[in-house]
Design a protein around this ligand. Sequence first.
Ligand SMILES: Cc1ncc(COP(=O)(O)O)c(C=O)c1O
Length: 290
Amino acid sequence: MNFAILDGKIIERSEAKVDIEDRGYQFGDGVYEVIRIYNGKMFTAKQHLDRFYRSAESIGIVIPYTKELLTGMLNELVAKNNLGLGIIYMQITRGAAPRNHAFPAQDVLPALSAYTKEVGRPAENLESGVRTILTEDIRWLRCDIKSLNLLGNILAKQKASEVGCFEAIQHRGENVTEGSSSNVFIAQNGVVVTHPSDNFILKGITKEVILTLCKENGIAVEERVFTIKDLYDADEVFLSSTTAEVMPIIEIEGKAVHNGAPGPITKKLQELFIEAIEKECGAITKQTIK
Ligand SMILES: Cc1ncc(COP(=O)(O)O)c(C=O)c1O
């Protein structure tokens, strides 16, 4: 049997149904999180929970559970679903109410749901690297909110997918922002550079882990805006996300990066990232690498 969380209760997933007028369904009026599970344990749970509450607060949704209660529910869900390696997907919407753009009355309860999914580590891509395209960033100006509204991201990812690429790197004019579902880093002359966490990008939890790992291990790192030219001139390029971890980029718009192979700084950060996972969730064995 598979279980899901709906409005504070763990129920059978097949019974988790939402109203046709749920504002998430009609407007994308809500926020979400994806949390990685290794060895049945949440990785960087606190950071994800903090971002979830921050995203909700920034659009005026009050999550009707404490972080402690919700964390407990999520742990229970993972255990009940017997999940070893995978993800939790969780979202909260402004609830169900007669369709009207303005917020509904105060007594309409936000709708929280969560489910788990088995997701392996992308071992082959992590080792060989991935190909990418470039695309103009057409999204709104609050990309720091992990909003359910992902049209700009979806259209960018589809463009990449149609030409067999893993990710679309977005740019506003000359400035590189982030991937459609990832943060983007370059390494030039031994310095790692990534876009500052402002309103133009999502402050990735994986990005934050990487910044910490750089600082702890003497790898020079800068959060500053960089350009498409910097991207093409870079010694190494990689992306980061909860499911993609530290993913080498070996091609941009058909042009090879680092002669088409992952570079040494990227590989070092991959090693350090695995260590960080293992510290929190236990050893990553061969069995957990699919
Ligand atoms: C637009 C965008 N940027 C960055 C990220 C990476 O964030 P995280 O490392 O928290 O998964 C994501 C993750 O899905 C994303 O959708």
